[in-house]
Ligand binder design. Structure first.
Ligand code: FES
Length: 154
């Protein structure tokens, strides 16, 4: 589905489908889910559902102001730019958002192609026999943030 004026946008849900100060996950065909956040002033933001620290699910975090606190270790991530608040460092990829007549839209090209290189870290014990070193992934570091910024219409 697309808007009549702009083909690359996809309708996701109504603003009211996202609880105030809450989040909703958007599954993609490939890559990690996108987390939609609704702030107290009814703005909508979209981030990859992955904390820049160790990959925690930001959609399960606490939304306050224009930020979300990761549920795992309480890093604070800005909803506008995906940046971790100092002294922590790192960022989460941001997705463009439009809100038109109470409906939330995301860009089809970003849903299909943005931040596909990041995945959810795997928790739990492992052994070298069960998981060769070559398959283990480093969960630290700062993924490259996109230059795009969310476009939000209250
Ligand atoms: S994984 Fe989010 S703060 Fe550690």
């Amino acid at each position: 589905m697309s808007t009549p004026h702009s083909a690359p946008w996809v309708r996701i849900c109504a603003v009211d489908d996202i609880p105030p100060l809450g989040a909703r996950r958007v599954a993609r065909p490939h890559g990690m889910d996108v987390a939609l956040f609704r702030t107290a002033d009814d703005r909508i933001f979209a981030l990859l559902d992955r904390c820049p620290h160790k990959g925690g699910p930001l959609s399960e975090g606490m939304v306050f102001d224009h930020r979300v606190a990761c549920p795992l270790h309480n890093w604070t991530i800005g909803l506008v730019d995906g940046q971790a608040a100092a002294p922590d460092e790192g960022c989460t990829p941001v997705f463009d958002v439009r809100v038109i007549d109470g409906e939330v839209w995301l860009r089809a090209d970003q849903l299909a192609h943005h931040a596909l290189d990041l995945d959810r870290p795997r928790a739990g014990p492992c052994s070298r026999a069960a998981a060769p070193a070559a398959t283990l992934r480093a969960n630290h570091g700062s993924p490259t943030c996109p230059p795009s910024q969310p476009v939000v219409t209250p």
